[in-house]
Design a protein around this ligand. Sequence first.
Ligand SMILES: Cc1cc2nc3c(=O)[nH]c(=O)nc-3n(C[C@H](O)[C@H](O)[C@H](O)COP(=O)(O)O)c2cc1C
Length: 237
Amino acid sequence: MSRILVVHYSRSGHTARLAKALAEELNRRGHEVVAEAIRAEREWSKWLLPLPLLPLLPVLPLYLASGRFRRFWHRHYFQPRQAIRPLAIPDVSGFDLVLLGTPKWLYLSWPVARWLDTVSGLQGRRVAGFATFCGPPLEIFEIEMLFEPLEARLRSLGAIPAARLAISSDHHEYFFFNEMRGLFRWLSRKAFARPLSDFTLDGVVGQSEVRRFCDEAAGEQNIPYGPNQPAFRQSDS
Ligand SMILES: Cc1cc2nc3c(=O)[nH]c(=O)nc-3n(C[C@H](O)[C@H](O)[C@H](O)COP(=O)(O)O)c2cc1C
């Protein structure tokens, strides 16, 4: 039995719901689970949030096409931060495992980036990242763009990246008529030949991914990450 911290930030509730499902699953397996919700001191307007993301747009085709450029970008891109309220658990050294959850805001959400600056005790700690985002689990645009910089940051803090979980929320705040969600629903059909709903927490792939993540993160089994499974095969076109 392990002592596990499930910590997350959520702006519109989807990552919070995933965090709750993970905590319940790990509890059911007999682990001791403690939860913490990261709270922003002040939530930003949805129209201000994307401004720091704009520099990627002109180079997005290059980012998608070139692994070398992606490695360069992940080393140098600007990761915004947002002030957070005082933490109930500012030191995580008492846990065997930390599950860290974030919505994808192209990269890490700003409050989670701040949590990584703030928290102590990560040295030698296993940390497994989980995320919600609108789209299906596109290997480059969604998974790599979020988890590569996150895991590099974890390593720089002495933590050991343990597992990844990516769940679609089928929710996007932009723009006026849910255009982004429409685009991701279309991409899901095109890249995976599956409806986007399959990749949500209630969907068939989402459900099996939650179980795989818990197996892997809690060290119960060593299972390859989801995109290697046949259900995930896709191209990032
Ligand atoms: C600034 C911003 C950037 C986002 N970028 C992405 C993205 O790159 N890919 C994606 O699929 N969804 C993106 N989304 C949608 C969120 O990741 C998605 O709605 C998420 O599930 C929200 O989680 P929450 O309800 O826990 O806040 C973005 C949302 C915001 C506000």
